[in-house]
Design a protein around this ligand. Structure first.
Ligand code: ADP
Ligand code: MG
Ligand code: ZN
Length: 485
C-alpha cells in the first residue's frame, strides 16, 4: 500500500528561551556561551536549602505570547515538579507547569499552497531549561556538565495534533518563530537551540477516525531538518504498518548526516515523572489589569502586517510574507519605503531588493537583520541613484553588496569604483553621432533593411562610453537617429 493511502498526523512541542536578562528563578545572566559554570549560583546549581524566586519578566513574556496567540490566560497558574534524573539537571527535578499552565487554547493561522489553515494550541507553560552535558572535554575522554543554561527561562508551546504534512509543520514553526521575534521574547535561533522543536508524528489510513501511535522526534535544528525528519519518519511508520508491525511510542533522534531518525529511548508517560505542585513557589497570579495592559501593548503581528502590505502597498502576498518573517527586516522595509516617499512603486522596489540581492547577501553572510551594515538610508540612496539613472542595475547590485559588507556611503562607492552611469542625453548623443559617422556602410545596410545592426551600434556606443552609458538612453537615441531601427 503506497504512502498516499496514509495520512500523516503531527503535533509540535516548541521550547523557546525567553530573552530576559536573568534566569527564571535567580539573578544569574542568561547570556549564551561563556566559560562553563560561570553563570551559576546556589539556586541554579540546585544546592539544598535554597529557594527559587520567580522572575516577573518571565510571566509578562508568557502572557504577551499567550495573548498574541489567542490563548486564555489563567488568573492563577501553578508550578509543578517534573521528577527525573539526568546529569544536567542538578536538582533531580525540573520546575515546570503541568495541570494549571499559564496559557491554554488559542492557535495560529498558516498558509500552505495558498490555503489558510488554523492550527490549535493546547497550552503554553513556563519552565526552566536544563544544563548541557559536554562530552570528551578532557584528555582522558571524560564528560563534563555546564550549568550556564540551567534555569534559563523557557516557554513550552504545545500544538494540538492538527498538522497533516511536513510542509504544514514547517510553516507552523516559521509562523510561530516570526510571532515570537515580533514580540521580542525570543531570538528565534534554531542552530543555537534557543528556539527548538520536537515533532510528534503518527500515521493512519486515510479516512480513519483514530490516530495512530506517535513517535516524538528531537534534535532538529533547522527547518530543513524538521522537513527531512518528518518525511523520513512518516515513511518509516507507513512501512511498519504495511508490514503489519506496531509503531512503538518512543523518543527518536534525528541524525542530520544520514537524514534518518533513530530510537533513543522509550517514551515516559506523565505518571513516570511523578508531577506534583512545586512547594517552594506560590501560585502565579495574573490580574485582569495586567492582562489588559499587555494586550494594549501587543505590536502589529506578522500576518496583519503582511495583509497591510498587500492591501495598502500592492505587494504580492508571497513577497509580503517573506518581509514579515522577521520584524527587523519588516522594519527595514518600512523605513526604506518611507525614505523613498512611500506608495506602491517605492514599496515594490524596496521589496524586490530586500527579498532579492539583500536576501542573497544575508544567506551568504548569515548576518541577522539587526546586524547588517546596510541601513535603510543606504538602500534608499541606492534606489534613488538607480531611479535617476546615475547607476545601472548591475552597478546598483555592486554598490549594495559593498555597502552591505563595509557600511560605506553609496555615493562614495559609486565614485571610488567608477560605477557612475552616463545618462546625460547630450553627452551620449555626441558619441552616437560619432559612431554613426564612422560606419557609413553599416548605417546604409541597416537603413535599407538588409540587416538589423542595432546590436552592433549599441556595442560601439557602449564601448566608447566604457560600458557606462545608460542603455535606455543609448537605445532611444539610436532608434531616433536610425529612423525607427
Ligand atoms: P508529552 O509531554 O508526552 O510529549 P504533550 O502533551 O506535552 O505530551 O505533547 C504531546 C504532543 O504530541 C502534542 O503536540 C500533541 O499534539 C501531539 N500528539 C498527541 N497525539 C498524537 C498523535 N497520535 N500523533 C501525532 N501527534 C500527537
Ligand atoms: Mg513532549
Ligand atoms: Zn543562578
Amino acid at each position: 500500500m503506497p504512502v498516499s493511502d496514509f495520512q500523516a498526523v503531527l503535533g509540535l512541542e516548541v521550547h523557546a528561551q525567553l530573552l530576559t536578562r536573568t534566569k527564571i528563578f535567580c539573578g544569574c545572566p542568561t547570556t549564551f556561551g561563556g566559560e562553563p559554570n560561570t553563570h551559576v549560583c546556589p539556586v541554579c546549581l540546585g544546592m539544598p536549602g535554597v529557594l527559587p524566586v520567580l522572575s516577573g519578566q518571565v510571566v509578562e513574556f508568557a502572557v504577551l505570547t499567550g495573548l498574541a496567540l489567542g490563548c486564555t490566560i489563567r488568573e492563577k497558574s501553578v508550578f509543578a515538579r517534573k521528577n527525573y534524573f539526568y546529569p544536567d539537571l542538578p536538582k533531580g527535578y525540573q520546575i515546570s507547569q503541568y495541570e494549571a499552565p499559564i496559557c491554554e487554547g488559542g492557535g495560529l493561522t498558516i498558509t500552505v499552497d495558498g490555503r489558510e489553515k488554523h492550527v490549535r494550541l493546547t497550552r503554553i507553560h513556563m519552565e526552566e531549561d536544563a544544563g548541557k552535558n559536554l562530552h570528551d572535554v578532557s584528555a582522558d575522554g571524560s564528560s563534563g556538565v555546564d550549568l550556564n543554561r540551567a534555569g534559563v527561562p523557557l516557554l513550552e508551546i504545545v500544538s494540538e495534533p492538527d498538522l497533516r504534512s511536513a510542509d504544514e509543520a514547517v510553516e507552523y514553526l516559521k509562523a510561530l518563530r516570526s510571532i515570537l521575534l515580533t514580540l521580542g521574547v525570543n531570538d528565534g535561533n534554531l542552530e543555537e537551540g534557543s528556539f527548538r522543536c520536537d515533532a510528534n508524528v503518527s500515521v493512519m489510513r486515510k479516512g480513519a477516525t483514530r490516530y495512530g501511535t506517535r513517535a516524538e522526534i528531537k534534535n532538529m535544528n533547522s527547518f530543513r531538518h524538521l522537513r527531512q525528519a518528518v518525511e523520513f519518519e512518516v515513511r518509516r511508520q507507513v512501512e511498519l504498518v504495511e508490514a503489519g508491525q506496531p509503531v512503538v511510542q518512543e523518543t527518536r533522534l534525528f541524525d542530520p548526516d544520514r537524514g534518518e531518525t533513530r530510537s533513543m529511548r522509550s517514551k515516559e508517560d506523565a505518571h513516570d515523572y511523578r508531577y506534583f505542585p512545586e512547594p517552594d513557589l506560590p501560585p502565579v497570579l495574573v490580574p485582569a489589569a495586567q492582562v489588559a495592559r499587555l494586550r494594549a501593548a501587543l505590536p502589529e503581528l506578522p500576518r496583519a502586517r503582511a495583509a497591510r502590505y498587500v492591501a495598502a502597498l500592492g505587494l504580492p502576498p508571497g513577497d509580503a510574507a517573506i518581509l514579515v518573517a522577521d520584524r527587523a527586516t519588516a522594519d527595514f522595509f518600512d523605513a526604506t519605503v518611507t525614505l523613498r516617499g512611500g506608495g506602491p512603486e517605492a514599496a515594490r522596489k524596496a521589496a524586490n531588493w530586500l527579498n532579492g540581492e539583500v536576501a542573497r547577501l544575508v544567506n551568504e553572510t548569515g548576518l541577522a537583520a539587526g546586524a547588517w551594515r546596510l541601513t535603510p538610508a543606504h538602500l534608499a540612496r541606492v534606489l534613488e541613484l538607480l531611479d535617476g539613472g546615475a547607476i545601472s542595475g548591475a552597478g546598483a547590485k555592486a554598490v549594495v553588496e559593498e555597502v552591505f559588507r563595509s557600511g560605506a556611503d553609496p555615493a562614495a562607492v559609486v565614485q571610488a569604483r567608477g560605477l557612475a552611469q552616463v545618462s546625460d542625453a547630450g553627452a551620449i548623443e555626441a558619441v552616437v553621432d560619432r559612431v554613426l559617422a564612422a560606419a557609413p556602410a553599416e548605417v546604409e545596410r541597416h537603413r535599407s533593411g538588409k540587416k538589423d545592426l542595432t546590436g552592433f551600434f549599441v556595442g560601439q556606443v557602449m564601448k566608447a562610453l566604457k560600458g557606462q552609458g545608460n542603455p535606455a538612453v543609448v537605445n532611444a537615441l539610436l532608434k531616433q537617429k536610425l529612423g525607427g531601427g
